[in-house]
Design a binder for this molecule. Structure first.
Ligand SMILES: Cc1cc2nc3c(=O)[nH]c(=O)nc-3n(C[C@H](O)[C@H](O)[C@H](O)COP(=O)(O)OP(=O)(O)OC[C@H]3O[C@@H](n4cnc5c(N)ncnc54)[C@H](O)[C@@H]3O)c2cc1C
Ligand code: FES
Length: 314
């Protein structure tokens, strides 16, 4: 099968008018890949080398990887909010948000990995120079073009920051396309805040509002203390012409959604990205469905309006 004859993508899924692809779709599927999607065997990872590692928090490391085939890296593009599968041979692969800037896609991809189980623990053992398998990009990103001219409010907790970082970077790199930009980020303790180097930048800029909070008092922390939903209500953002994007632990998202409703945000103004467990990542195995939708190809980004139409399985 020639490489350019086969692609299993969200684009392929929509071409066939259904969320879930079949093996037949993969065999004869769309010949034109969505921007940045790889043609060829969709299960086959590309080999990449770990070129940098950042210890973000005691249990989260960011791995920066570069494809060994320079042509693959140079031709790569992705939408902010898309994800990838990062794998270690002989151990397995797991899904992670691509959190580097889209503008740096031709140089590297960055994933932040919180230690949870077997695959993530093995990823934490990697060193610079080690090889990984990468299948990326996957899924649909945030509709950043449709949001031009609007105010953007990011509300994130813990490792949820990884899912929004590429989008934050995108809107900051295209700052004049957006009205107000606000970032509310919370973690259990200051030690659990990821991307501290970005936080310093955000707080220094006068063209964005950055509010950083931790759940409880902590020695040496003189910043804000309080849970994200409560701080959001104190901030009292104006919903007019504003998009709110949230990602974090399920309990945080639940209360943030309630707060946004109290603040009069409509369902079509609220977006989130789901961490429904995936396997194939390409709409074949049926592991990630919520009702008729497949998180891997229809998501992981969904508006609240879209989620309301799905069964309550989250
Ligand atoms: C779209 C998407 C984006 C993600 N982005 C990131 C990211 O940027 N950074 C990050 O650290 N993690 C992210 N995750 C979660 C990550 O994929 C899992 O933590 C990882 O697969 C765990 O693999 P493991 O083998 O180490 O753990 P396992 O041994 O498989 O599981 C360890 C524990 O984690 C739980 N778990 C595993 N996967 C998930 C999941 N998807 N959701 C909730 N609980 C889970 C298991 O139930 C178990 O309790 C994302 C998941 C999805 C679906
Ligand atoms: S259908 Fe396989 S992970 Fe979505």
């Amino acid at each position: 099968m020639a490489d350019d004859q086969t692609v299993a993508t969200a684009a392929g899924a929509s071409n066939t008018g259904k969320s879930r692809l079949t093996f037949a779709d993969v065999e004869v599927g769309a010949t034109t890949a969505k921007a940045g999607k790889r043609a060829g065997n969709p299960y086959l990872p590309q080999i990449a080398t770990v070129v940098d590692i950042i210890q973000e928090t005691p249990n989260i490391k960011s791995l920066r990887v570069r494809f060994d085939d320079p042509g693959v890296q140079a031709g790569l593009s992705f939408e902010p909010g898309q994800v990838g599968q990062l794998g270690i041979f002989g151990v397995g692969e797991s899904t992670f948000a691509i959190n580097s800037s889209t503008s740096q896609a031709s140089d590297h991809l960055q994933f932040s990995v919180m230690k949870a189980g077997e695959v993530t623990s093995a990823l934490h053992e990697l060193h610079i120079g080690d090889k990984v398998g990468v299948r990326a990009p996957m899924g649909c990103g945030f509709p950043v073009d449709a949001w031009k001219g609007k105010s953007i409010l990011y509300i994130m907790g813990g490792i949820g920051s990884a899912a929004l970082r590429a989008t934050i970077n995108y809107t900051l790199e295209h700052r004049s396309d957006y009205d107000n930009i606000s970032i509310l980020y919370g973690a259990r303790t200051p030690l659990d805040l990821t991307y501290k180097y970005n936080i310093v930048e955000w707080e220094a800029r006068d063209d964005i509002d950055a509010v950083i909070t931790v759940d409880r008092e902590f020695p040496g922390w003189d910043g804000r203390v309080g849970f994200v939903p409560a701080v959001l209500e104190e901030m009292n953002p104006n919903p007019a012409n504003t998009i709110a994007i949230t990602c974090g632990p399920p309990i945080m998202i639940k209360f943030v959604l309630q707060s946004l409703q109290k603040l009069q945000f409509g369902d079509d103004q609220i977006y989130t990205t789901l961490e429904k467990r995936m396997k194939c990542g390409i709409g074949i195995c049926g592991r990630c469905n919520i009702g008729p939708r497949y998180v891997c190809v229809d998501g992981p980004v969904f508006s609240m309006a879209e989620l309301r139409e799905l069964p309550d399985e989250l």
